[in-house]
Design a protein around this ligand. Sequence first.
Ligand code: 3H9
Length: 696
Amino acid sequence: MANLVNFEKRGPIGVITVDNPPVNALSVGVPQGIMDGVKAGETDSGITAVVLRGAGRGFIAGADINEFLSPPPPGSASLDDVITCFENSTKPIVAAIHGNALGGGLETALACHYRCGTGEAVYGFPEVLIGIIPGGHGTQRLPRICGVEKALPLMVSGEFVPAKTALALGIIDEIVDGDLLDGAIAFAERIVAEGHPLRKIRDETASVPTDGFYENFEKSIAKRARGHLAPYKIIEAAKAAVELPFEDGVELERKLFRECLESDQSKGLMNLFFGERTCTKIPDVPRDTPTQNIASAAVLGAGTMGGGITMNFVNVGIPVTILEMSQEALDRGLEIIRANYANTVKKGRLSQDKMDKRMSLITPTLSYDDIANADIVVEAVFEEMDIKKEVFRKLDDIMKPDAILATNTSTLDVDEIAAVTERPEMVIGTHFFSPANVMRLLEVVRGAHTKKEVIATVMQLGKTIKKVPVLVGVCDGFVGNRMLARYSKQAYQMVLEGALPQDVDKAVFDFGLAMGPFAMGDLAGLDVGWRIRKRRATENAAIKDDAGIDDQICEMGRFGQKTNAGWYKYEPGSRVPIPDPEIEQLITRYCEERQIQRRPIDEQEIIERCIYALVNEGAKILEEGMALRASDIDVIYANGYGFPRYRAGPMLYADMVGLGKVYKAVCGYHKQYGEIWEPAPLLKRLAEQGATFNDL
Ligand code: 3H9
């Protein structure tokens, strides 16, 4: 095995190079290697200073996250040991940074006496994103460098800052032009020649923030950080940097770090970290599968979905021809896209120049002829099989032979759509989530005949347009919506049995989801499902025509937020749901008419029934191979359905509860409610084996 850390002499400068691909994480062996390098520099009288750098893509991306989930044998050298070693060094140590210095990597750099880096390097403390706090003195050093008012937003958001900002904040001392190693060696030689002291950030003091800073800061993150532990622990630790001596602050940081590390939240977030990277790995579509170049796209339909999809492409510089049936629809669609961008410009998050450039990449058209040469076409027309089939016949006729034909259907059978073409191997599903320009999830639906090259291309394209692409199979609702149907059914059922919509929504919100099922229904619009149910009832005499509460709500003209009334009522222009006595009366009346005995339903039952319904269906999906892994399902729920990231997703949540307990509850509901709760055989098997979904 190649050395994880190398040491070499460049004249009077010792150079330590961390070489632990892919990201130079501080895995077992790396801290010891760095310390050995420092020792080599110390003992060589010909060496006056040491430069620490990373090989490959970057400096050091932090601790090895794998080692938090499965800790290595005790006794190996740690980041703490490296820091102590730096502090005891009698010769200057200079960090030379390129690519990124993140988390423990940045902490390593901050423990050096000086830091320089390239103009393209980025710096950050992303620990919060995996549910922990900087645990290598970062919370104590950063406030001493740039003040707690600047340090806290950086550590609590986990955002990366560019080199120029890092220089302005004092995180680095110099930006090196030209070759980094040459520049860093010259920098180190200058430090020695000019007799600069061994600068130790620990000896500096962190300035006291303005009155009310902490309270205001907590308020500013309240929505984003709701339910999360780590952001608040970071605040506590950073406060200590201002108020306590360094050693005491470090002691507190260590304690808070452990608390976070031992929490279920960090396990959830770390699993999600790996899940979001594993989901692009498809066993029978290896990484070296050839992909097609996507230099242009076409989008069919300029409605909400089509517009959002178009924005995704032009945001990354891929020109789009957008096709509609009428000039009016085309104009309306373009106007919405323009208004969306203008809004972002107004908020200062996009320059006018960039907006103009993006708009200029959109070509509106009414003619199929204009899209024939696109590398991919994404269909986002009305969700009806006959219409989709007609569109795909047309696409098959006109599109160039190697064009990828994608459908954005959320409910229809991709194979049935593909079957109307002469090239089903080029057909694939790209299920975007609304609003498509915002939501990160992309379900990539693999048809029975979809070519591996097409799958590889679309998965890669998903990453290019900054989505989290997850491969799913063809089944009703694919993965996300198929599971959601079970969850919504339980929510509705509990309203029939005794809960009110606001009870269910509150329990689910307190559990951590972005919103409850009824508020979500109001946001999405209740009329779509209602129209589908009505149509199915007219088409199929076997479907009993007993209008449910949701149908009756729609019959009252209450379609959700867009009509200021649905399951809740809304003040005009407001999105805040207000429980409505009229709905409560409707529910009570409905139940009385059907002699349904209502009973109190507590929060625990609400959560169990909603979440276990997701889990049981998820297990069926896994067994059928519609999702490749339990973590893929979690990635879908965290990125498309507002599942709290700190719980990863329903499958890991179930693992943490214990599948034995989940299975027992599902069996209980099965006995009580029948077929809908039929336990998934996979859940039964794993529960009996004492195993988890993660073990799969
Ligand atoms: C920490 O430092 C705690 C300290 O404060 C205290 C300690 C006491 N560990 O994302 P990519 C893998 S906590 C292990 O696709 P990119 C990743 O799984 C840590 N593995 O590439 C993937 O593997 P694979 C604080 C890691 O170019 C491969 O590297 N630091 C780690 O899009 C490529 O990753 C962080 O949280 C890791 N730390 O982005 C940084 N990082 O190929 C987390 C990556 O098998 N990392 N891998 O799927 C990142 O943000 C991005 O990976 C990075 C590269 C920006 C570095």
